[in-house]
Each structure stands twice: as structure tokens, then as C-alpha cells.
Design a protein. Sequence first.
Length: 247
Amino acid sequence: MFKYFTRHRYYCPVCLSKNIDFKPLPAMYAQNAEKYGYKYFGKSEMTTLDTYSCLKCGASDRERLYALYLENNFKGDESFILYHFSPEKRLQHYIIKRFNNIQYKTFDLKANDVDIKADITNLNMISENECDFFICSHVIEHVEDDIKAIKELYRILKPGGKGILMAPISLAINKTIENLPDVKTDEDRWKYYGQNDHVRLYAKNDFINRIKASGFKLNMFDERYYGKKMYKKLGLKKTSVLYVVEK
């Protein structure tokens, strides 16, 4: 369905590779969308179909956008606490390599290769106002009580601290699809939520409102902020938005 890689030459800020190619989204997603009747495939705010991952390091489109933000907003020699929830491995390697003075910890409920196993709705091992920056990307769509998870992220962040908070958003719906009583199987979740381990599909306004309701200030960085040339260079979808919260 998709080309193996694109004809254009791109830049990956995660592995710092220039003049490279990007691979398309794995065909499995399109195949499952067709198989299970998922109506919103290809209509997400961010996920690209033909420039999804770096051919060299494997970094996804969203990881490239996060690395761009970190590159632009930190010198690399700062001393601060950064917590990374369900860490993307390529981005994790980028952070460890780029930042020498940070206190960096990774968290996940099920993965074994993290510093702390933790439920994001109950981060009792983290004190209030403890961390300076967090990255929580594509986590809360897996969590039954996403509001509680967002409130926990607010609780642990220091006043003035910031975080990257992202989730899959469909631009084809006006209201988040969740809590459907008949959705009980993997096949059902593929059909309604777009993935078998998701419990909802966010609408843009609902996602924004839930973040703001928790007390966070919200900054949204898009193509107008970074520029069309940069978005094209990184192989990003024109509608991609980086959501950065602040306490």
C-alpha cells in the first residue's frame, strides 16, 4: 500500500542524521483497520503514513518533534529532574546522550527495562512538586481513568515546570469515543479505538479540555510555530501539534 521509503531526503533530530529517508507506517495498521472496520485510519492529527520512522534509528514522527523541542529549549548542560513515562527507546537514548547533568528516571507499569514500575494514576513514589519536566507520550489512551493520570502528572510537577503530554487524536470526530459497553475484545478495540490496547479515541477539543481542567496551562506548537520548511524537513504531517503543559 505504501512505498518502502520516500524519495525525499530528510533530517532526524533524534540521531542527528541528515539527508536520510523515512519509512512508512507499518502496513499492519492499515490492514487491521480494514479487517476490523476502523473508520478513522489516516485521519489522525499527527501520525504520518509515508514518513513515519527514521530509516537509520527508527525514531517515529512524534519522537522527532519532541527532540526538536528539546533541542530548541535546552542547552544540554542544565541540571534538572526529568521523568519519562513509557519511554520511547530512541528518544531515551537521545536524552541520555544530550543531557549530562539531569536526574533522569523512566517509569512504566508493565515494562521491565525501566527504573520504576508504576501506575500513572497512582505515582505514590513521587512527591508533590518533585520534577521539573516530564514526557508522557501516548500513554493515557491506554488508561481507564485518564483524568486521574493527568492530575497525577500535575501533582508531581514543580510550579513553573513543564511537560510534553501527547495522545493519539482523531480529527474526524468531535467527541472522544470511550466507555462503549460493547467494546470488550481486541477486535472491538481495533474497530472503535484504532488499536487493541487503547481504551479511547480522543477528539481534539476533549483532549485539550481535560488537560486544562486539571490545572495545567497548555501551549500548542504547530507548523505555524516551527515553519513549513522544518515540518517538511522532519517529515511531519501538516496538522501535527506538540502539546506542552505548564504548572
